[in-house]
Design a protein around this ligand. Structure first.
Ligand SMILES: Nc1ncnc2c1ncn2[C@@H]1O[C@H](COP(=O)(O)OP(=O)(O)O)[C@@H](O)[C@H]1O
Ligand SMILES: N[C@@H](CCC(=O)OP(=O)(O)O)C(=O)O
Length: 371
């Protein structure tokens, strides 16, 4: 069986591991699983590859110490469990990596770190410095302070974004299932899909959400989304089980290989398109829709006819055609309350009447993605 050159030649690898692969059903860390995973990461390092680990499991690891038997529903309880569990997880990784003479560095990210320009530059530099120092960054969402992320966020898409942020050559998604199947693997006769070369290969695949162990959040849906994000910007993805991580990283033909389909794109825009929830919407006239969609121009106040929702400058908003269809998403430059005064007015008028600060575009073209 030939090796996967995309894997064996990768110099920088992001590995994502799910809660179900690190913790027990009873709610606590499974030390032997973490130890086996770290052995695999150390072997990749020994071959000369740089490794970033995106590890879930903070909430799951915090359950047992708090006497909880399953993942709590309430946000505050999840945040508390994550606070307890994250420390335990990183402690374990630090000890396990030390066996191989390696150093762990904790990186906790929130959505802002990858959508706001100044933050994502900062995150990029942090990773660059850690990797230069030979550290293995252990990444998770900052669940303890996150609000929307902890509910809707998932580490699969976060891992795809991190892979993009660090310019990885490969993303490896490790779960409790050994690859993508054409239907939920619990169904008799479900078949493993070895290669996905584009969206068309997924047309007949039934992708389920909940995992059997009950500690995972995203299920297969978010893994396939993550694979689309990564491959769409040129990064191949191997999806398999944590048990097969050693084989996968050695380039063996295990699990599912998602082949690259596109080229690198600005990180923030990827996130804007795939992972953010809009805080509101702007209704555009037909001319503005053409300008934004066809000419990829900035959105000016003159083409905006309505505003919906309560957002602040810097938030993601949807751009709607006159019939209500969502045509684009962007990071808006004004608060929702400021926009009614700008509607339909030219930049020159706005500057004359409200001052130079109001002359700027409502959304700059660099902060826009057409959907
Ligand atoms: N088409 C499919 N192929 C593979 N697994 C699937 C499919 N549909 C649903 N699943 C389920 O997705 C689960 C993995 O998701 P999840 O529990 O969130 O894992 P993790 O904690 O590793 O992120 C598997 O255990 C499996 O039951
Ligand atoms: N950030 C959360 C987990 C989020 C998540 O994506 O979990 P999983 O589906 O197990 O990868 C935690 O550490 O508990």
């Amino acid at each position: 069986m030939s090796e996967r050159a995309l894997v064996t030649e990768a110099r920088r690898i992001v590995v994502k591991v799910g809660s179900s692969s690190l913790t027990t059903a009873a709610g606590g860390i499974a030390p032997e699983r973490m130890s086996a995973l770290v052995d695999v990461l150390a072997a990749a390092r020994a071959r000369g590859a740089e490794v970033v680990l995106v590890s879930s499991g903070a909430i799951a690891a915090g359950l047992a110490p708090l006497g909880l038997s399953r993942r709590p529903r309430g946000l505050a309880a999840q945040q508390a469990a994550a606070s307890v569990g994250q420390g335990l997880l990183v402690h374990r990784y630090t000890e396990e990596l030390a066996r191989h003479g390696l150093i762990a560095g904790q990186v906790l990210l929130t959505l802002d770190d990858v959508t706001r320009r100044s933050h994502y530059r900062n995150a990029h530099q942090t990773f660059a410095q850690l990797l230069e120092l030979g550290v293995i960054p252990i990444v998770n969402e900052n669940d303890t302070v996150a609000t929307t992320e902890i509910r809707f966020g998932d580490n699969d898409r976060l891992a795809a974004l991190v892979a993009h942020l660090v310019h990885a050559d490969l993303l490896v998604l490790l779960s409790d299932v050994d690859g993508l199947y054409d239907g939920p693997p619990s169904r008799p006769g479900a078949k493993l899909i070895a290669d996905v070369r584009g969206a068309a290969d997924l047309d007949d695949v039934v992708i389920g959400s909940a995992g059997a162990a009950g500690v995972g959040t995203g299920g297969m849906v978010t893994k396939v989304d993550a694979a689309a994000i990564a491959t769409g910007s040129g990064i191949p993805v191997v999806l398999t089980s944590a048990d097969r991580a050693a084989e996968a990283l050695a380039g063996k033909q295990v699990g599912t290989l998602f082949h690259p389909t596109g080229k690198r794109r600005p990180t923030r825009l990827l996130w804007l398109r795939h992972a953010t929830e809009a805080k509101g919407a702007l209704v555009l006239d037909a001319g503005a829709v053409r300008a934004v969609v066809e000419r990829r121009a900035s959105l000016l106040a003159a083409g905006v006819t309505g505003v919906q929702g309560d957002f602040s400058g810097g938030d993601p908003v949807d751009l709607l055609a006159p019939d209500g269809t969502v045509v684009a998403r962007g990071l808006v430059n004004f608060d929702a309350s400021e926009i009614p005064a700008l509607l339909g007015r030219s930049s020159k008028e706005l500057k004359r009447e409200l001052g130079a600060a109001y002359e700027r575009e409502v959304i700059h073209r660099d902060d826009l993605v057409v959907l």
